[in-house]
Design a binder for this molecule. Structure first.
Ligand SMILES: Cc1ncc(COP(=O)(O)O)c(C=O)c1O
Length: 425
């Protein structure tokens, strides 16, 4: 697909891209506005999953062609993910079930190595996956220090600095809030953590579909992510600095070498979904090439440049969606939690938590569901954040979360239903 000829003004081809997503086509007028809980997959991802299951649905490590093909698929996917996140080495990338289980794996290993440095900094903004996993280390002697969020829904570096000391082992923080959509300046956080001799683990699950990832630019030590938010099936991947992974005392069977990635990947993972993750990265790379006016298909050498270009274009397009969404929410009297200033749009992704005055969040989501628009209500797996926002954890907030295949027309439909709801209440 060539989306624009070289030299013309780049416009983001959301409609053309939607045609590549069978779920969007089949769902008719249904609006997918719950992407923070998982995104749809393009046809090329379905094809890769199917091809894997049909042609080589066998265990890896055998000496026959189908089994060697599985090894090749995993190796290729490792290279692709490494390019996607700018990892120096593909062996630093591990595959598994999801982000939570990777944080658990890393945290348990870190728990075994706690000495005088036994403080873990956790945040008020994070998904419980990157909080509870760490709090569970209390029995192993960990102490916890809370990096609090400010009233603007953001984590500020001035607040992190005084929390760090020679006792800090690790900062566990999100790249972007899955509730408020605010982006954290993780490079600054990494610099501060490293200056104190500590490490930093980033949860990039929510940020993944919204902008370019670069573990070298972030200068993080570990990063976890979920494929199912980035147009791939349900699976997770993680990255860690080779030398740190090598030292971590993870669980592994005797016959697994004490080397990354094997020492991080306990047991069999879902190979077809790893094939799907690889295809999702190629989908993004193809988008990048098209937007750059380049012909031909992406290959492993162009993958980093092509995917980065795509993610930058997605970021720019999504800023427009954020502005439009904020405008519609304000117009209909919604209380927006977190960044609510157009001037700060670059500090957020198009994920908004809101409440309609006098209406329970579930009434809002049920009304939208009847109008064929899927959003979510509840605590967004961040109960502490809900308390901090002053909303009851049981009812929580309503959340609308967009990705690059969403359109302004969908936002307008969402606004019309909000307007009708407000008028009727
Ligand atoms: C920011 C964030 N972190 C972690 C998770 C948990 O990810 P997983 O389901 O891959 O364990 C989610 C899931 O929604 C999330 O949004």
């Amino acid at each position: 697909m060539t989306i624009r000829a070289a030299g013309t003004t780049p416009t983001f081809p959301a409609e053309a891209l939607r045609a590549q997503f069978p779920a969007l086509q089949r769902a008719g007028s249904f609006v997918f506005f719950d992407n923070a809980a998982g995104a749809q997959v393009p046809q090329s991802v379905l094809d890769a999953v199917n091809a894997h299951l049909i042609d080589h649905n066998v265990q890896r490590g055998g000496r026959y062609a189908q089994s060697m093909a599985v090894d090749a698929t995993i190796a290729r996917a490792r290279e692709s993910v490494a390019a996607f996140i700018n990892a120096p080495r593909p062996e630093e990338v591990a595959f598994g079930m999801n982000a939570t289980s990777f944080i658990r794996t890393i945290s348990l290993a870190i728990g075994l190595t706690l000495e005088a440095r036994n403080e873990i900094i956790v945040t008020e903004l994070d998904h419980a996956a990157n909080v509870e996993t760490w709090l569970a280390l209390e029995r192993m002697g960990a102490k916890f220090v809370w990096w609090k969020m400010r009233a603007d829904g953001c984590l500020h570096m001035d607040d992190l600095q005084p929390l760090l000391s020679s006792r800090t082992r690790l900062v566990a923080c999100t790249l972007t809030s899955n509730a408020l959509g605010s982006i954290v300046d993780v490079r600054a956080a990494a610099d501060l953590a490293h200056a104190a001799g500590a490490e930093i683990l980033l949860d990039s699950v929510h940020y993944g579909p919204h902008g370019p990832m670069d573990v070298q630019a972030f200068d993080c030590d570990y990063l976890v992510c979920s494929g199912y938010k980035i147009f791939a099936p349900h699976m997770g991947f993680m990255w860690g600095r080779y030398e740190l992974l090598k030292r971590l005392p993870t669980f592994r069977e005797d016959f697994i070498p004490d080397e990354p990635p094997g020492k991080i990947e306990a047991g069999t993972f879902v190979y077809e979904n790893v094939a799907g993750m690889d295809a999702a990265i190629y989908y993004l790379a193809q988008l990048g090439r098209s937007l750059a006016g380049l012909g031909g298909a992406p290959d492993s050498r162009s993958l980093r440049t092509d995917t980065r270009f795509a993610m930058q274009a997605i970021q720019a397009y999504e800023q427009g969606l954020s502005l439009e969404l904020a405008c519609v929410l304000r117009e209909h009297g919604a209380q927006i939690y977190g960044i609510d200033s157009d001037a700060r749009v670059a500090e957020r992704v198009p994920t908004f938590c809101f409440n309609m005055p006098g209406l329970a969040p579930r009434v809002v989501t049920e009304t939208l569901a009847r109008a064929n628009i899927g959003i979510r209500d509840g605590h967004m797996y961040a109960p502490r954040l809900m308390r901090r926002l002053g909303v009851p954890v049981e009812s929580g907030v309503a959340r609308v979360s967009l990705v690059h295949y969403n359109t302004r027309a969908e936002i307008q439909r969402f606004g019309t239903v909000l307007g009708e709801l407000r008028a009727a209440s």
